[in-house]
Write a protein that binds this ligand. Sequence first.
Ligand SMILES: C[S@@+](CC[C@H](N)C(=O)[O-])C[C@H]1O[C@@H](n2cnc3c(N)ncnc32)[C@H](O)[C@@H]1O
Length: 223
Amino acid sequence: MPTCVMCDLVTTADTDGYDGLRLAPVPLVPEVRLHLADDAVVLRARLEALAGRDLPEPLWADAWIGGRAIARYVLDHPEVVAGRTVLDVASGSGLVAIAAAIAGARSVTANDIDPYALAATGLNAQVNGVHIETVPGDVLAGDGGGAEVVLAGDVFYRPDLAARMRQFLQRVVARGADVLVGDPGRDYLPRHWLEVVTAYQVSTPGAPQDAQLTEVRVLRPVR
Ligand SMILES: C[S@@+](CC[C@H](N)C(=O)[O-])C[C@H]1O[C@@H](n2cnc3c(N)ncnc32)[C@H](O)[C@@H]1O
């Protein structure tokens, strides 16, 4: 795995310096800029050519709509994270972690199973002027360590992951920490376990598969 995937991409940029990623403000969260893919399929092919092996879909190169909702929420309600230790689980681009750091969290950790996501998070944190700790691997068998707030953006998109994520978040809640979930109504969202905190209308869905989405919610476990 390249330690700096973007650096490696730049070495294969075309004559105009284009490397498949663009640094852009995030719809709904314009305070944050991220390296996003214009075309995730092309980006994946490019990364696989560099790595010489198959790679997972670069989910980190999109600002997922659920993550955007939590990021918007913590920036508008900084008291949720200010002065507290925060874990952004399944962090992808690091958008939610970055928003928590901007909102004044004492420390922010981003976790993802995709090492490329953590590389992207590091670079995205840098361009937004914040510090994010990154933790690799799968932490879903635990309870979120000492994090006082656990944020989970768009994590209920696959049944296996959704089941494990819910059990993880239940353990987080059981030890007294706060949980916020951002989700546009995906199939595997455990709706009866969650209550709506707020909703946002979206005009720029992001990933192609989200083209029909018009609303996204921030939710928390029912108290
Ligand atoms: C749809 S993306 C959401 C990313 C980000 N939270 C956002 O809202 O933009 C889902 C992310 O979950 C990560 N993921 C999948 N399974 C995971 C696991 N068991 N532990 C941690 N991350 C995981 C993927 O690598 C991907 O980055």
